[in-house]
Design a protein around this ligand. Sequence first.
Ligand code: DGY
Length: 329
Amino acid sequence: MAPSTTCSVRLVSEKSRIVILRELLAAGREQLEERFEVESLGLDATRPEMLAAAKGADALVSDLTFSVDGELLDAAGPGLKVVANYGVGYDNVDLEASASRGVTVTNTPDALTNATAELALALAMAAARDLPQAEEDLRAGRWKGWDPRRWRGFELSGATIGVVGAGRIGARFMELVSGFGGDRLYTSRSPKSELESRHAAERVDLDELLSRSDLISLHLPGGAGTRHLIDEQALGLMKPTAVLVNTGRGTLIDSKALIHALEEDRLGAAGLDVFEGEPALDPGFLTAPRVALAPHIGSATYRSRDEMARIVAANVTAVLEGREPPNRV
Ligand code: DGY
């Protein structure tokens, strides 16, 4: 019997080599292993190991912790067809270098929208009420009884809430905080009619949002265009009681400027999941007052991380089978 077209496409795909440059959860990795030759380097992979393993790959699975640049793409060689980033953000991938080599880049949107918006809310509330300090004091035996003076924070009920970057995650955050009942502001390149009609949100420019909001949540991508959007001058526009939350990218904020603002009581509090140069965060964050910190866990729910892995597998499989991937960037 003559082989069918479907069968011959599959036979070609079976020879494809996929290199997971760090870690892809089993939910996605096992799907890939069923069809392709898969090598997984693990979380501790060094750059030289990545460069060596990439050689001859048809697909690379990357993540936000390292750069996918011309050097890595060239190490893979001309057979490379797709870089599937395990995350929604892709500021670690050189899109121009990929395009010029004919390499498709994909990401994992949607799967982590709820998880990240919920973490932003958790950080907002933890920072506003200084929960990390209260817990640290309790654990250290410094709780000597109910004290009307201590561990006071800010209420979000009735607060003006500003969402910087009203994409999927920012919009979901807006929805989550709508129960607090105050005014809602957002910045976005284009108006978001749904946010305006459902949540009575008002589109304003960044300066107005910063100066009017009691809670400011950042939901922008990283990269040169947004680097240090929140600098000394932007912090100066904020109310001294404002709570600033960042679950986007650490590069959005000038760390030193934020640490000084907290130390000098020029800002109410901060809740941070992402840091410049992470995981080596500025030590000033460890001693600054009224700050809630998390180690980049926005998408870290069982559901989200598994779903992201499945999306990575779907993107890789589509490209290697000659189909349009669900999430080309
Ligand atoms: C992303 O997806 O970009 C997050 O930062 C990590 O899950």
